[in-house]
Write a protein that binds this ligand. Structure first.
Ligand SMILES: Cc1ncc(COP(=O)(O)O)c(C=O)c1O
Length: 455
């Protein structure tokens, strides 16, 4: 049985006969060699055939301290020997309580309350529902509308699809989604710590006009601050968030910040909002919260919002939304240890130095590269838009040629597990990546690009 489990052809058959992978055209998937991941160590993951790859997307943007980290493992197994799961519905446990306190300490002043769930979509869904219910409880039920930014991605539940702006992912389900107002995204070109161009005037003017006319019916505005990850690492000017926050405050619009991707060190500190001196009404966290170990998410909010929900049982002011594995003790144990380790990485400047090296190396390899139309990089997040070698810099490959995908398949031969978004390569390594691994990452990405796109 043991042997069969790790026999790649047996796994291929089981996977192809019974698996259905998310965000994957299964017809295409079946035509390529399958990779079955068996183990991981640091930034590397190993398949069942003994090949190893650099985890260049941090296992979908979650991994902070690498795989199989000794201290995170110890935190997990210590908790495992006590209890694996106990509900958070009306019951508490030490890890959940301590993590709530820790998050309140790390977050901008005023975000004192944590509602747990188990994935990023739910963290945003909860923030939306809290905002809507708060409006009902405080005598403004007419404030029902949501504002979201162009190209946003907040998840795949109906609430989060409604406030996202990704017709490729969600267009088919528009009929079942609720109304929202989309405002134009700002423009920002940045890599290697230099903002090459930035303009948020259209976005800000749109919001001013909108709030001036319609704020009486708007409950909240949802934003991925600094970087829209799933839109292909689209960046915002750094001061943009502060302006949006000021407008929201002035017009009584709740600000929901979705830091599911950018939180927990991705941009050099725990949270973007803290770096910008902004306290949102809701802060949504997941992914790096539990360092890529186990599902865990949190929605933080203020005492003002929290206290509106208080009352007797039969006032029915309570928030009727919860998930079975919310605040799972194992995940919370890992989160507590991960936060302690990340704090050291930030205070010691290790993370800052890694980001600087990452940006430098990216620029060294890809600035002016004939197959790269645009680099977008801030923190340990980078997108490279691929293009044909052509005098016209705006020309792109026909989408059906699947060039980005083919580059990623080629990259496997060079020891990289890369994920494309159409013809953009998204590079999001674990935060502990070292300089030799960064060199390996960018040099081998370049070789995979050149070998694939030359033909
Ligand atoms: C900014 C942002 N919000 C929400 C989500 C959804 O998170 P999950 O996949 O955990 O539901 C994602 C996922 O990539 C994300 O990037």
């Amino acid at each position: 049985m043991e042997k069969r489990l790790f026999d790649p052809s047996y796994l291929d058959c089981a996977d192809l006969a019974h698996g259905w992978h998310a965000f994957t055209q299964m017809q295409e998937y079946a035509g390529f060699p399958q990779v079955h991941i068996a183990s991981g160590q640091g930034c590397w993951i190993y398949d069942t055939e003994g090949r190893h790859y650099l985890d260049t997307n941090a296992s979908i943007w979650t991994n902070v301290h690498g795989h199989n980290d000794v201290e995170l493992n110890a935190a997990l197994t210590n908790q495992l020997s006590a209890i694996a799961h106990s509900t958070w519905l009306g019951l508490s446990h030490p890890n959940g309580a301590l993590l709530g306190k820790q998050l309140a300490t790390l977050a901008p002043d005023g975000l004192t309350r944590t509602l747990y769930s188990d994935n990023g979509s739910n963290a945003v869904e909860i923030a939306l529902k809290l905002s809507f219910q708060y409006r009902q409880l405080t005598g403004k039920p007419e404030k029902t509308c949501v504002v979201g930014m162009e190209n946003a991605y907040h998840g795949d539940t109906f609430g989060t699809m409604s406030v996202s702006d990704n017709p490729t992912f969600h267009g088919r389900f528009a009929h079942w989604c609720f109304e929202k107002i989309t405002f134009p995204a700002p423009q920002c070109s940045e890599w290697n710590g230099v903002e090459h161009s930035a303009d948020d005037s259209r976005s800000i003017q749109f919001l001013i006009d909108l709030f001036e006319k319609e704020s009486s019916r708007i409950s909240c505005l949802v934003l991925e601050p600094w970087i829209q990850g799933a839109a292909g690492m689209r960046l915002q000017p750094r001061y943009f968030l502060r302006t949006v926050a000021d407008l929201c405050k002035a017009y009584d619009v709740h600000l929901i910040l979705d830091e599911v991707f950018v939180g927990f060190g991705r941009t050099g500190d725990f949270f973007v909002c803290k770096q910008e001196g902004v306290t949102p009404d809701f802060l949504c966290l997941a992914k790096g919260l539990s360092a890529g170990y186990l599902p865990l998410a949190a929605t933080l909010t203020t005492e003002k919002i929290y206290s509106a929900f208080l009352g007797t049982f039969d006032s029915y002011r309570a928030f009727f939304h919860g998930h079975t594995f919310a605040a799972n003790p194992l995940a919370s144990a890992v989160a507590l240890k991960s936060i302690e380790k990340l704090d050291t990485m930030i205070k010691s400047k290790q993370l800052k130095n890694t980001i600087r090296y990452f940006g430098n190396k990216c620029a060294e390899v890809f600035e002016g590269h004939p197959h790269v139309a645009e680099i977008r990089q801030r923190g340990l997040a980078c997108a490279l838009d691929l293009k044909p070698v052509d005098k016209d810099p705006s020309r792109r490959f026909p989408i059906g040629e699947r060039r980005g995908f083919k580059v990623c398949m080629k990259a496997r031969e060079y020891g990289l597990l890369l994920r494309p978004l159409c013809d953009s390569l998204l590079i999001v390594p674990p935060l502990i990546i070292n300089s030799a691994e960064i060199d390996f990452l960018f040099e081998n990405t370049r070789m995979a690009i050149e070998e694939t796109l030359a033909n």
